[in-house]
Write a protein that binds this ligand. Sequence first.
Ligand SMILES: Cc1ncc(COP(=O)(O)O)c(C=O)c1O
Length: 369
Amino acid sequence: MKFDKLVRECINQIPPYVPGKPIEEVQRELGLSTAIKMASNENPLGFSNEVRQAITAAMGQLPLYPDANQYYLKEALAKELGVTPEHLLIGNGSDEVNKILGETILNPQDEVIIPQPTFSQYEYITVLMGAKPVFVSGTTLGNDLQAMRSAVTSKTKMIFICNPNNPTGTIVTRDELVAFLRSIPEDIVVVVDEAYSDFATDPDYPDGIQLLQEGFKNVVVYRTFSKIHGLAGIRLGYAVADPGLIKQMLKVKEPFNVNLLAQVAGIAALNSKEHIMLSKELVKQSRAEFYRELDRLKLSYLPTEANFILIDCGRDSAEIYHYLLQNGIIVRATHSFGLPTCIRVTFGTVEQNQQFFKVFKEALEKLAG
Ligand SMILES: Cc1ncc(COP(=O)(O)O)c(C=O)c1O
């Protein structure tokens, strides 16, 4: 049987997702006893003790279904964000939230504006729904808002802005975003994916939730517990949007999409103020260290507002990526983002960063010429 003929036509057009390699896989395949993962923008400090205690205490409830309405987590989140629980849709990671939004609003033939390079899941949901991705490269690496504005047509249904952007770490400022939103028809949904917002320190970095509250009702903000909260493995993310849109999205959500441990972990993570502070501090220190070392190496990079950095190796980065891998350091090659000379490196602990530079320098020397 020809399964590619069996599936809906659009399924054959979905590019396979390229995940960061899991540590166990690298160890198994290369026979290494240790490996450091700096590939998926996770938190090297892990999650907080408060989260550990909450998860442990909740284990006994696992025979029961989780709360389909995530009452307590929504209450805690709403309080933290200054919105109502009706503004929130919680998902099995913000990936699921993205899928639910696409399933809720996209019809075949709708156009979706996706700046390049960016996170692959925006293309995924667009193609999955049979809608048409309109890729916009523009003159900046990331969100060229002017070029994106020019790409709007009567068929545009949705626009994605990843802020800070993955894989560049760059941001659009509040003034730029407000001007853009003012120029966009109200019936076009503008997603602002703020997966990395906690790490942004630029005073001009905008808070998408505030813009929603200021009256831009077509804004949908995505956030996640996978990054600053160190909970990528538990799968927890959410959207903040106008209650009218959330009500529609809730019809599409599966009843028990957020598992019981994720719900208690989320509440505990929001209360883990010291862990959040330490995680932010580590990223700030790492940024400074990376800038210093990369300047010394005379390599170009983009100043980053996220917990990772895009480094231009000045040559095809595949060999460097493999050298790092062979030596137990997993980074992200960025060929799938259309950036064949770059690598994206997630900041680690102080020791992990040092280990990265030790091996990276070796790679640059050994593979020179
Ligand atoms: C921009 C961006 N959005 C969303 C996600 C996924 O978040 P989650 O783990 O909540 O699905 C990622 C993960 O790397 C990301 O880079």
